[in-house]
Design a protein around this ligand. Sequence first.
Ligand SMILES: Nc1ncnc2c1ncn2[C@@H]1O[C@H](COP(=O)(O)OP(=O)(O)OP(=O)(O)O)[C@@H](O)[C@H]1O
Ligand SMILES: [Mg+2]
Length: 493
Amino acid sequence: MHIKMEGIHKSFGANRVLAGVDFELLEGEVHALMGENGAGKSTLMNILTGIHTRDAGSIIIDGKEVSFSNPREAEDYGIAFIHQELNIWPDMTVLENLFVGKEHTYGWGFLNSGKMKALAEEQMSKLSLSLPLDQLAGNCSVGQQQMIEICKALMTKAEVIIMDEPTSALTEREIRTLFEVIGALKSNGVSIVYISHRMEEIFEICDRITVMRDGCTVDTKAIPETGFDEVVRKMVGRELTDRFPRREVSPGPVVLEIKNASRKGVFEQVNFFVHSGEILGISGLMGAGRTEIMRALYGLDPLDSGEIRLDGKPVRIQSPSDAVKYGIGFVTEDRKDEGLVLEFSVRENMALPNLFSFGKNGWINDKAEKAFAEMLKDRLQVKTESIETPVKNLSGGNQQKVVIAKWIGIGLKVLILDEPTRGVDVGAKREIYQLMNELTERGVAIIMVSSELPEVLGMSDRILVVHEGRIAGELTSREATQEKIMTFAAGGK
Ligand SMILES: Nc1ncnc2c1ncn2[C@@H]1O[C@H](COP(=O)(O)OP(=O)(O)OP(=O)(O)O)[C@@H](O)[C@H]1O
Ligand SMILES: [Mg+2]
C-alpha cells in the first residue's frame, strides 16, 4: 500500500495543530515519524485513520483519493493503529480485549471462544510471548497492556501498521521481539509508521524518517543519509549538547531505608537505602517487581514483613497520605490511572498534591497557585494553550510533564519516579533530568525506576537491579555497563 498525505491542515478551536503537512509512506518501508511533544504526530495519524477530520488537504492511497470517517473504515481498508494511550478495557479479560468489536461467533451468535483462543495463541507464539488470556486486562502490567495492543493490531492482517510509541512500556527483551516482528512484516510488504522518541530505535529499524516541528514537516530523509545530531537539530530547531546533564553533588546521610521487606508472591527480603542528594536507579525486567516495591514504599500496598526507616527512625506508611506527610512523593508509571485527572486543567493537576501549601485555613490561594502553575509550565515547556486547558487535550508527552510538575514544589525528602521520561521528547527529557539534578542539590533523594538503560546509566549515582522480586545486584555509576545490568536482570551473576 502506498499512502500520500498532502497539505494536511487541522485546528482544534483557535489552536492550529497541523499547518500543511506532507507525508508519504512507501510499500514495505518502516518510516519513522519524529518531533517534539505536541508537534502533531499523533494528530496526523488520527486524521489518516478517520479519528479526526481534517480541515484541508488530501489523502491518496494507491492513486485513489480516500477519506475515512471512522477508524473501523481505515481498519477494513488495511490500516491498523497501535495507539500511544492504551485502549484497554480493564473489566474485560485479555482475550476479550483482543477481539473487542471483532468477536468470532458461531452462526447463531454464541461466542466461539475456542477459535478466538486459538487465534490469540497463534499470534502470541509468533511474538514468542505469553499473555494471561483469562485474566482481567486491568490487572495486567502496563507492559502487558502494551503487548495486548500490539497483538490486537497484528491480528487484523493489516497492510499498514501505525505504531505510536510502541516500546515505551516494554523492556529490552520484548523490544527485541517486536523488532523481529517488524522485520518479518516488512519482508511481507507491510509498511509501518513508527513514532518514537528513542533515537537508538529509529536508527536501528527504520528506512526513512520524517521530522515534524510545530505542525509542519521539516524534512524527510533516508536513514543512512542522516544522523542523531541532524535529527535532533531539525526537531528542536537548535543544537542540543549533552543528553544527560552532569552534576556535582556529594550525597549526604541516608534518608530512607527499607529493611527485609517482603510482600508474598511479589517481592522478598528487599533491602536498600538511599542518601539525601543521591539518584538511585532501579533497573530490571518488566514484571521483576520494581513498581511493586515502590508502591509498598508509598503506602499503596501493605508489606507482609519488613521495616521502613526515615532519617534513622522506623515509620509506618499505610497510605499515600502517610507517605506525603513524611515527605515521600511518587510519580507513577501509569499516568492515566494514577498520575492525572484528565478532566481537570493543567493548573489543577499541578496543584493537586500541593493543595496544603497554597491554602490557608483550607482556602486555596488562587494567585499563588496560578503563578506556580505558570512557572512550571514555562520551566518544563509544557505545550498547552493555557494552564486552564483540560489535561486530556494535551499530547502524550506533555501530559507526562504535568505529572512530574505535580511533585516539584512540595518540599519532598524522597521522590520516587517510575519511568519518568516515558514518551517525552529529547529536549524535555533533558529538562526533566535538569530538574532532578536541582532537586538533589537541595538534598532530595531520588529513586528512579527506568527501563531505558541509557537513562539509568546516564543519571544514576548507584544502580540496583531487581530480578524476580529480589535485589539481584548493585552497581556504582562508575562500574555499571549495559551488559552488567542486563546480566543481573536476567538472573545471572
Ligand atoms: N482533542 C484535542 N483537543 C484540543 N487540542 C488537541 C487535541 N488533540 C491534540 N491537541 C493538541 O494538538 C497538538 C499536537 O498534539 P499531538 O498529540 O498530535 O502531538 P504529538 O506530536 O503526538 O506529541 P507527543 O510526542 O507528546 O505524543 C498539541 O498541542 C495538543 O495539545
Ligand atoms: Mg503523540
